[in-house]
Design a protein around this ligand. Sequence first.
Ligand code: ADP
Ligand code: MG
Length: 227
Amino acid sequence: MSKEIIKLSKISKKFIGANKDVSVLKNINLKINSGDLVSLTGPSGSGKSTLLHLIALLDKPTSGEVFFRSKSFSKSTEVEKDLVRKKGISIIYQQNNLLNDFTAQENVAIPLVNNGYNWEEANKKAIKILFSVNLSKRLNHFPSELSGGEQQRVAVARALITEPDLILADEPTGSLDRKTANEIFSIFLKLKSKNRAILYATHNRELANKADYKLNILDGNITRKNA
Ligand code: ADP
Ligand code: MG
């Protein structure tokens, strides 16, 4: 059964600048359910990253409310939001932000250690997830010893190890070739089959069209289209 994971109610976001204010999002209403695979498109600078950061509770809206699993986070402390992010929401960036001094396996294990698992348990689970993204032969490689696509798959594995209900991806395939981008996308499809919700920003029309539905941002407004 699908249930609501995230809801945005009348969200606006304005950046206040020295010379000029920028109204990036205007009165956005949006709901994403478990099992939804949703693409997010829009020109560069249209507010895709801003929207993902608001949903990830990394930034606050100028007005409106963000609900995660029906709970409003308007009045929550940073500690409360941090806890939700640690267990419920993962974000994947175009630049994968792996820790260079740690192996693939260690990079993936670290979020679980931060969630209180011991090192051995965390590593066991990291190995399992790395197998599932076809990196069983790269466990002990450092990021510098991996291709761009392999690094991005490690970043995806790292985002998944905490079993988040919601995966946000900010142009995760932007720097990848078509074959590797499709590999990342096939991982998203597997997650959908496990009833996770995935929202991914992309400039790639082909990948955007593979979603259940598409969200497009233009001039601060979001429109929803069937893919
Ligand atoms: P996208 O991800 O679609 O390329 P962004 O969400 O990064 O777009 O940015 C949307 C707009 O908001 C841009 O015009 C950008 O310059 C502006 N912006 C983003 N972050 C800030 C900030 N911290 N301060 C001021 N303006 C910002
Ligand atoms: Mg962006």
